[in-house]
Design a protein around this ligand. Structure first.
Ligand SMILES: [Zn+2]
Length: 143
């Protein structure tokens, strides 16, 4: 590899890393969200490390699965640590879905803290923030 292109490559890599850290990852950085490992086996999509996510986000696995099924228009089911979806779902879409879930159902809309828990009251869901004490309503039944 000629020296010139090696330098360009390193420059590019640096730029990519900057982009990653300056987008909405920053907002959720304290959560240490794992990277989704998604593969296709035949006509099925396997989300191999699914169980790491409810653990990291402190949410019920069933709720997160409900959300993914709605967004992917699928009926995936839990098998051990994995979730199996019928059909080929785009592996790269899972990271964005998780990010959106975190934004809508984990992060406190008042102070941006991820240290929240959920509460049900008269069939409505609420997000209780352990950092600022805010109580926010949440839409849907996915938290
Ligand atoms: Zn808060």
């Amino acid at each position: 590899m000629p020296t010139q292109s090696k330098i360009d490559y390193e420059k590019l890599l640096g730029r990519l890393q900057q982009n990653v850290s300056s987008t909405n990852r920053r907002e959720v950085s304290r959560l240490e969200i794992p990277d989704p490992q998604v593969i296709w086996i035949g006509q099925r999509t396997i989300f191999r490390n699914f169980m790491e996510f409810p653990k990291a986000l402190r949410r019920e696995p069933e709720k997160l699965l409900l959300y993914l099924n709605k967004e992917l228009a699928s009926a995936g089911y839990i098998a051990g640590d994995r979730v199996i979806f019928l059909g080929r779902k785009e592996p790269s879409s899972f990271g964005a879905l998780i990010d959106r879930y975190v934004k809508d159902y984990v992060i406190c809309p008042v102070c941006g803290s991820p240290d929240t828990r959920t509460e049900k009251s008269k069939k409505l869901g609420f997000l209780l923030c352990e950092a600022c004490g805010a109580r926010s309503s949440i839409k849907g039944n996915y938290a």
